[in-house]
Design a protein around this ligand. Structure first.
Ligand code: NAP
Length: 306
């Protein structure tokens, strides 16, 4: 009661404008669906052009729901979108950087172009959108930036170096931004899902050399043949679904002053504590030991001195 008095007053009929990226599948799709059921939001759902008709087919536009094509890696498209939203509803109150891709490749098999695509999608695109919405949030003295990160932004796994690098970058920038915009009335949050039971492993990106369709280079054959099915299995075993993560994001949207880090699955909380509790000297050897077949990886190929 006492606290309620000091809460920011909401005007009657206040409908925050929520912009979501990557609504064509998974978490973005689930979140868009969930927000559509709540009448107190105006939603800008964005997706790459190939996914736009699929969304419109299921969810026709109305006076509080619009669908736009956006490839987050494209600066001109980002600018065009924010200009359109400004014309339409005058602002973005809540930005949800959800779109993301994940490369499955050892460091040696990535090319510079692969690295750039990973970073453009998971880091540079989201940061570009943040730069565009910040002035309008700053002027209004309120706003929320919700970045969908990953457990891979706190712990890195073999064959996922580039993905981890992109999420670590997003985590670092978000942490910095938290300090910068807190005095301006803007919240920054990192949603950290672990394994989510979704089709996203089907959307994994491979490089020329890491593609399972081609013969793996011998030195890394074991790594891929163990890690790919392991990750798929963990995703299938997970009790968390995109709908579960969407509900957590909705809570963050509704929360007055949400924290920066929000683990979104059980394993995300577990890994957070493992990282904090285990001494650094033990952390990596223990995790290495737990990886499938890791003790024999590259054994017939290595020149390592014993
Ligand atoms: N699933 C997991 O286990 C998991 C775990 C941790 C973190 N996450 C993170 O959660 C977020 C959502 O992933 P998800 O599980 O929902 O995977 P998903 O089903 O593969 O969805 C990813 C979405 O991102 C979109 N996208 C990819 N590149 C894009 C681009 N350049 N521009 C615009 N949109 C683009 C895809 O659009 P199209 O439909 O056009 O292809 C797709 O709709 C990602 O940031 C991911 O890193 C997922």
């Amino acid at each position: 009661m006492f606290l309620k008095r000091f809460r920011r007053k909401r005007q009657a009929g206040y409908q925050p404008v929520v912009l979501i990226t990557g609504c064509g599948s998974g978490i973005g799709w689930a979140l868009m669906k969930l927000l559509l059921q709540k009448t107190n939001y105006r939603i800008i759902a964005t997706a790459r052009s190939k996914s736009v008709p699929i969304i419109l087919d299921k969810f026709p536009e109305n006076d509080r729901f619009r669908v736009y094509s956006l490839d987050v890696t494209n600066e001109a498209q980002r600018e065009w979108l924010i200009a359109r939203v400004s014309e339409l509803w005058g602002k973005v109150d809540i930005l949800i950087n959800n779109a993301g891709i994940s490369y499955r490749s050892v460091v040696e098999h990535m090319t510079e172009n692969d690295e750039l695509l990973q970073l453009r999608t998971n880091y540079l695109g989201p940061i570009g959108l943040i730069r565009l919405v910040l002035p309008m949030m700053r002027l209004r003295g309120r706003g929320k930036i919700i970045n969908v990160s990953s457990v891979s932004g706190m712990l890195a796994m073999p064959t996922m170096a580039s993905y981890s690098a992109s999420k670590y970058a997003l985590e670092g920038a978000s942490e910095s931004l938290w300090y910068e915009v807190r005095p301006l009335g803007i919240n920054v949050c990192l949603i950290q899902p672990g394994f989510v039971r979704s089709n996203s492993f089907r959307n994994v990106y491979f490089t020329k050399k890491s593609n399972p369709a081609v013969c793996f280079e011998e030195a890394y054959a074991d790594y891929y043949s163990h890690m790919n099915p392991f990750i798929e299995k963990m995703m299938n075993l997970s009790t968390s679904t995109p709908e579960h993560v969407a509900k957590i994001i909705l809570k963050v949207i509704q929360q007055e002053d949400p924290p920066l880090w929000i683990p979104a699955t059980f394993d995300a909380s577990l890994f957070y504590y493992i990282r904090r509790i285990l001494p650094r000297r033990l952390l990596l050897p223990i995790l290495f030991w737990a990886l499938p077949g890791a003790r024999t990886w590259g054994q017939t190929y290595t020149q390592k001195r014993i």
